[in-house]
Design a binder for this molecule. Structure first.
Ligand code: NAD
Length: 510
């Protein structure tokens, strides 16, 4: 049994660590000669160096996962359930350690990191129900003396490629159902915050998951391409930006794999004039600036309808100076830094481009950002944003919230539906009829009614429409069971010599 690594106690104490792969139940030093820096975004200091896998190292991980597959798929459902209950317990017991890895490398505040772990744990809990989830169906006497039944069997070796913004939760979305279904798994986490994945690997091993069932290869495009092209990888789950999701989907399906690729977003929150403006402002601020706007379900655009606009912009503006921005390890802080200096600068550039293109800059987060080397940008608010502006057309993925003013509900709906993304959306109103109409008409995969971040609970599935998802299946929940298994239908007759005869006709059921 391997000792799991120690979590950093604070951003400052995060050691300058070498972050290795995890293959076959052991930490494996990279041999490609390629690696990348890992930073503490709150200080701007490099805290680690992560190995980048070569194609040969990916081959080694796939071979290990392939070798572990026959025994794991033959492991009884009750044994798999027992392991998953232990995993649930271990992840919960170590939630603060997991959260500290997230804060040290991603930057999100500890309370938010704990929230990430909690939402990931819900998927582990879902996986604890695997015996029920894998139940097939049975038709007795489909024809005389003949029974038909369906079963679902694991795909084999499956891979998960994950983004920087949820380094623990998104991997759990994938590996928990995949492994519970009997697959073996290779995770390629984001190279920007890779430590949590290896920590989780150690915990999985402590819980009795056999070596080789869960593996981690770090890296960049080389590792991703190797997974997409490897003939022994049967399915790939991807979460990340739209251009890469499209690439992964096209490249992976071309190589004959099952692929689900969840992508970028531009989530609109429609606020009708009859909404409770104070409540809507609280929701817009929480969903716009939580995790520094680096959530695929963050609210990025507030669509203020009619008279809602002036009081809403004022109420959001009032709340911004009260948000404490700083090192996420300090429990006083509510919003941490962005992931890299380049990303912070790109996000901030939308403030200038919006002003140049005619929007009103209500709050410029550069003015209130903490000093020092951290990659901070305080909450920024843009009013009078128009659909042809860069800040509207592109996914900003940072704490820059735009307000688009429209006259009617119909115009708001049209705006949401014409956007190329369709991940999440929300409507704020007291009118149940309009809310129901919105739910009926809006083109997005996840809809909130007076709920700004409608991430589905674990027993529903998560996924967007349009450019927010490539592939047919949503992630986790019931759809994950279909994605990570293949259906098989058995038609069975037990010999009865009394009725046996030669019959060359096509089998009939009546
Ligand atoms: P990203 O697309 O840059 O990276 C995602 C993964 O792809 C990483 O593991 C990365 O190493 C790999 N990758 C990067 N460039 C690649 C290339 N050229 N070829 C092959 N692989 C490559 O995304 P990110 O910046 O880490 O994450 C933020 C993005 O993820 C945002 O667009 C956000 O909306 C999206 N996201 C979507 C969801 C969702 O459920 N729809 C959830 C979380 C994040």
């Amino acid at each position: 049994m391997t000792e799991v690594a120690e979590a950093p106690k604070s951003g400052e104490q995060a050691r300058s660590a070498r972050i290795n792969h995890w293959i076959g139940g052991a930490s494996v030093e990279g041999g490609s000669g390629r690696s990348g820096p890992v930073y503490n975004p709150a200080t701007g200091q490099q805290t680690g160096e992560v190995d980048f896998a070569s194609r040969e190292e990916v081959d080694q991980a796939v071979a290990t996962a392939k070798a572990a597959f026959p025994a794991w798929r033959a492991t009884s459902l009750s044994r798999r359930t027992e392991i998953f209950f232990r995993v649930r317990h271990a992840f919960h017991e170590h939630r603060e350690d997991i959260a500290r890895f997230l804060t040290a490398e991603h930057g999100k505040v500890l309370s938010d990191a704990l929230g990430e772990v909690a939402r990931g744990l819900e998927i582990v809990e879902f996986a604890c129900g695997i015996p029920t989830l894998l139940k097939g169906s049975y038709s007795e006497q489909a024809s005389t003396g003949l029974d038909v039944y369906s079963i679902r069997q694991p795909v084999g070796v499956v891979a998960g490629i994950t983004p920087f913004n949820f380094p623990a939760m998104v991997p759990m979305w994938m590996f928990a159902p995949a492994i519970a279904c009997g697959n073996t798994f290779i995770l390629k986490p984001s190279e920007k915050d890779p430590s949590a994945s290896v920590y989780l690997a150690g915990l999985l091993q402590e819980c009795g998951l056999p070596d080789g069932v869960f593996n981690v290869v770090h890296g960049d495009k080389v590792a991703v391409d190797a997974l997409l092209e490897h003939p022994d990888v049967g399915a790939v789950s991807f979460v990340g930006s739209t251009p890469i999701a499209r690439y992964v989907y096209e490249h992976g399906t071309k190589a004959g794999k099952r692929v689900q690729a969840l992508a970028g977003a531009k989530n609109h929150m429609v606020v009708l004039p009859d909404a409770d403006i104070e409540m809507a402002a609280d929701a817009a601020v929480s969903a716009g600036y939580g995790s520094a706007g680096e959530r695929c379900m963050a609210i990025s655009v507030v669509v203020a309808v009619g008279d809602a606009a002036d009081p809403l912009v004022e109420a959001i503006k009032e709340r911004l100076p009260k948000i404490k921005v700083g090192d996420g390890m300090d429990p006083e802080n509510e919003m941490g830094p962005l992931i890299t200096r380049e990303h912070r600068d790109r996000v901030a550039s939308f403030i200038d481009s919006s002003r140049d293109q005619g929007a009103t800059v209500v709050a410029d987060g550069r003015e209130a950002a903490p000093d020092g080397g951290g990659f901070f940008l305080a909450p920024s608010l843009l009013d009078n944003v128009e659909p042809n502006m860069d800040a509207y057309m592109e996914e900003i993925f940072g704490p820059v919230l735009g307000v688009v003013r429209v006259g009617t509900y119909e115009q708001a709906l049209q705006l949401v539906n014409e956007n190329s993304f369709g991940n999440g959306t929300a409507i704020f109103t007291r009118d149940g009829g309009v809310a129901r109409q919105f739910q009926f008409e809006v083109q997005a995969g996840m809809v909130g009614v007076n709920v700004p971040i409608p991430v589905p609970v674990a027993y529903y599935s998560f996924g967007g429409w349009k450019d927010s998802l490539f592939g047919d299946t949503h992630i986790y929940g019931p759809e994950s069971i279909n994605f990570y298994t293949r259906g098989k239908v058995v038609t069975s007759r037990w010999p009865d010599p009394a009725t046996s005869k030669v019959d060359l006709g096509f089998p009939q059921t009546r």
